[in-house]
Design a protein around this ligand. Structure first.
Ligand code: MRU
Length: 347
């Protein structure tokens, strides 16, 4: 079955599937300018680290296409301002900044070219970032599947699937590739409160492709691990520090502690664009605090009393000592992470 297109460059617009309306409605949103792109990232119609990187690159491509500037310096200044606006949408996933930097670097490297050529080049680069992300996910899938046992009962948290990337997925890419090898007996899907990426998106992706899946609430993971029914965990990442600490969806840390307690391998699947060697450890990674209403309500149903204090950090940090391996498109990285991550990024 062909996978859903998360994001697509079309001649005069960018089309995304609206992840807020899934799984009950399959609705697409067309974006015509960078403001539309900033809005869909901020409001999480598109989410997931690699997917928001691709969206930001396409936002720059839309802005470049629409620019009326004929002077190089003025064009650069306009794009820099738009880049700052896109960078301000969400703080944790480094892929967003990585993609914006790549787009800006292209303009700097091609100063000698006419602006019309630079515009074409930026569109081609945004499409290339999209296409290469799918290839990276497929490679991660192959490398990760090799690590899993012949009979895999795997737990995943949040959605690190086709919807969180340009396609195929990071953690779900590993699961997809292992499923193609006949290894997947069951995928345990954490529902992932408060935004429910697990129950709304991961469970949907699994059912779309007939991959056996069991949805559980987040507080059931320990129970199933203690019953010896889970023999691997795989999650994605929003940013990986130089020492291997991983920022990922809130609740990932809790799962990693439980996996360690039960001696279950804990894998993180992420492209090299998620590794941020400028951050020495997870403590330096900014953690997004989101709207309290995501905790107090599910859609319009209120779950908590008025005026109760609410916290809503969207991500947590899993210390590297809890991680068995980080699976990248170039292969799996094992401890010591500081040495081995630097090597794989720079080779
Ligand atoms: O807040 P979200 O839904 O953007 O958070 C997404 C995650 O935490 C994913 O696990 C992560 O981005 C990896 S996606 C391949």
């Amino acid at each position: 079955m062909p996978m859903v297109k998360t994001i697509e460059w079309l001649p005069d617009k960018v089309r995304i599937i609206d992840q807020i309306r899934l799984p009950t409605e399959k609705v697409f949103i067309d974006c015509y300018n960078h403001g539309d792109i900033a809005r869909i990232i901020r409001e999480m119609n598109i989410r997931g680290a690699p997917a928001i990187g691709v969206a930001a690159a396409m936002g720059i491509a839309l802005a470049a296409k629409a620019s009326a500037k004929t002077d190089y310096q003025e064009f650069l200044a306009e794009i820099e301002e738009i880049s700052d606006c896109l960078a301000a949408t969400r703080p944790t996933a480094v892929n967003l900044f990585w993609a914006l930097d790549k787009m800006k670097q292209y303009i700097l490297d091609n100063q000698a070219k006419p602006i019309a050529e630079i515009k074409k080049g930026l569109i081609a680069l945004a499409v290339q970032i999209h296409d290469e992300d799918i290839k990276a996910c497929q490679a991660m899938g192959r490398h990760g599947a090799e690590l899993l046992p012949d009979e895999t009962f795997i737990l995943t948290h949040c959605n690190a699937g086709a919807l969180a990337t340009a396609g195929y997925g990071t953690a779900l890419g590993v699961i997809r590739a292992a499923h193609e090898l006949g290894k997947i007996k069951m995928v345990y899907v954490d529902e992932t409160r408060p935004y429910l990426q697990g129950s709304r998106l991961t469970a949907w992706e699994m059912t779309e492709e007939n991959i056996p899946a069991t949805l559980i609430t987040d507080n059931m993971a320990g129970f199933f691990m203690s019953k010896d029914v889970i023999n691997a965990v795989v999650v994605g990442a929003d940013r990986i520090a130089a020492n291997g600490d991983v920022a990922n969806k809130i609740g990932t840390y809790m799962v990693a502690v439980l996996a360690k307690r039960h001696r279950i391998p804990f894998y993180v699947a992420a492209p090299l664009s998620t590794i941020d060697l400028t951050k020495a450890n997870g403590g330096e990674i900014p953690i997004e605090e989101r709207n309290q209403r995501e905790v107090s309500h599910v859609k319009d149903i209120q779950l908590a009393p008025d005026n109760v204090g609410i916290a809503n950090p969207a991500f947590d940090i899993t210390p590297s000592e809890l991680i068995t391996a980080i699976i990248t498109e170039k292969g799996a990285v094992f401890p010591p992470f500081t040495k081995n991550l630097a090597r794989i990024v720079n080779e």
